[in-house]
Each structure stands twice: as C-alpha cells, then as structure tokens.
Design a protein around this ligand. Structure first.
Ligand code: SF4
Length: 304
C-alpha cells in the first residue's frame, strides 16, 4: 500500500472550517437562501444550515486524487455523500465552481451559490439509477442539488414525475420538497466543469466517489439510465468495476439503446438504457422530445 506523506496527511485532515477562514476568498457577502431566507456566503461552508447539506465542519476534505480513493474506499453511503460534497481534489474545477459561485449569473445575483460538489441524491435503496455528466455552473452549483435549477432539470424531473419516479414535476432548489421514488441520480463528475467538459484526469479523480456510491446501492438496482454518451461510458465503467458483466465490444450509446448487464452471482441483472441528455441544445432543437424521454423512463420504471 502506498505510504501517505506527512504533508498529504495534514492536507487531508484539514477540514472545511480551516479553508473557509481565508479572508476575501470565500465570498463573505451573505445573501438569503431563496427558500429559507437564511443568509449564506458563496460558496457555502459545510454544516451551516443549507437545506440537505450532508457534511459538517469536521467532514474530511480530499485534496488529491489519492485522497479521494482513500476516503471513498469502504465508506458508507452517508459518508460518500458527505465527503464528496466537500472535495477539493481537482484544482481547476474547485477554482471554477467557486469563481462562478462568487461572481454569479446576473439573473441569480441576489442568491447564495452552493459552490461545492453535488453528491448523488435520492432513494438510498433505488431500483432506478440515473447517471448524468456533471452539475451545471448556474444549476446544481447554485442550488446544491444535481439537475436542479436549470432547464435540463426541468425536463428531467418532469419526466421522472410522469413516470411515477418523483413526487413532483419541478425542481428549484435543495429543500423544495422534491423526493425521488425508488430512484437515485448520480453525476459522473461532481463539480461543474467549464464548458461542461471535465478532463479525463478530472473524470478519473472523481471516479472513486461514483464507484463507491454505485457499489453501495447496486444490490437493489434493476435499471439504469445514462443521460448522454459521457454518462453512458461512465455507467459502463463503474457498473463493470462493481462486478457486472459488460459485453465486448462495449455497447454503443444511442437514444433508446439498451443492454442487459448480468451479475456474477446470477441475481437480477441491470438494464442500462441510453437517453439523449436533456440539454437545451437537444430539447430546443427537437432532437430530444418529452415523448422520447417518457419512453426511456417508462421502460426504466418497469418491474424487472
Ligand atoms: S470533480 Fe470530483 S474529485 Fe474533482 S474536486 Fe469535484 S468532487 Fe472532487
């Protein structure tokens, strides 16, 4: 096993409480949360009352890809969710998500921004697992929940509601009452990337969070939906690492593509279904329609 250097160990022991004390770097301007009215700086320090914040000031912070691997290994689901929500392993993405949080889009200038990674959320024992790419800079990175507060999320959660997989069709902010029914949503990369394009190194650094979360919830999963080709590839990789048999050559992504992934122990397999990503580019142009999305989630919701 690789020995951890004293410096690396010290970095890992550092909590967000420590990093939040840098004057002028953490957006000390306090703005009211749109739902609760509580004031927050941007980005939001863990454990300060943001709705659904899974972390607190003592949650260990990963400062490198090695830290991510170590902190994800063997973690419980609450630990994966909490630890990944304070991760600082990718310098470019940390800088980007926090710069966006401080500077804000003009239309959200009166709101605090989460400005942290968005962990998986939803049912801890899901039948349906939805894979996305990464949170949007002014969506999940603002609201604190993946696919929440942007047009992609409007499409996604409306479709999940129509399929009986969500209790309401709208998603505006963490703490808005939305609940997923037998469903969990996970981003392959948990920080908002510039141009929605994480580098391969960033994707790989984040993979242990994804792998561990998938590993923990996989026993109950019967169907998975990958939103876009990046998520399709990430889903195949992580489900393969979790012990499912992935055909060779690797199945090709397409809207409506479906592949059955069998478990080594012979128990119920997982059907992986591809869908075009509900991005504005796809929905505005009609490449993805509500009916096409409904078809995917209706199939995913079928008992299997
Ligand atoms: S992308 Fe993943 S590994 Fe990189 S900083 Fe964000 S949560 Fe950590």
């Amino acid at each position: 096993m690789r020995q951890q250097s004293p410096n690396a160990a010290a970095r890992t022991r550092r909590t967000h409480r420590g990093s939040a004390e840098r004057p002028g770097r953490m957006g000390r301007v306090l703005l009211p949360h749109p739902l609760t009215g509580e004031p927050f700086p941007s980005p939001v320090p863990p454990g300060t009352g943001w709705p659904g914040d899974p972390a607190d000031a003592d949650t260990p912070v990963a400062a490198s890809a090695g830290d991510v691997s170590r902190l994800a290994a063997g973690a419980s689901l609450p630990q994966v969710v909490a630890r990944s929500s304070v991760c600082r392993a990718c310098p470019r993405l940390v800088a980007w998500r926090e710069d966006v949080a401080r500077e804000k889009r003009k239309s959200f200038a009166d709101q605090p921004y989460w400005g942290r990674p968005t962990p998986g959320w939803g049912d801890p024992r899901p039948r349906v697992l939805v894979f996305g790419l990464a949170p949007a800079a002014n969506g999940g990175n603002r609201t604190g929940r993946v696919f929440t507060g942007d047009r992609s999320g409007d499409w996604l959660y409306a479709a999940l509601h129509r399929a009986g997989l969500a209790n309401q069709p709208t998603a505006t902010h963490a703490g808005d009452g939305l609940e997923l029914i037998g469903t969990r949503i996970i981003a392959a990369v948990r920080c908002a990337p510039p141009d929605n394009k994480p580098t391969p190194e960033e994707r790989d650094a984040c993979a242990p969070w994804l792998d561990r979360e998938v590993e923990v919830v996989l026993p109950t999963v019967r169907a998975a939906v990958a939103l876009g080709s990046f998520a399709w590839a990430a889903a195949l990789r992580t489900l393969g690492r979790a012990g499912l048999t992935v055909p060779r050559p690797r199945p090709v992504f397409g809207h409506g593509a479906e592949v059955t992934l069998y478990r080594e122990d012979g128990s119920a397999p997982v059907r992986l279904i591809g869908s075009y990503h509900p991005s504005q580019q796809n929905t505005f142009t009609g490449k993805l329609t509500a009916e096409m999305l409904d078809d995917v989630f209706t199939r995913a919701a079928e008992p299997g």
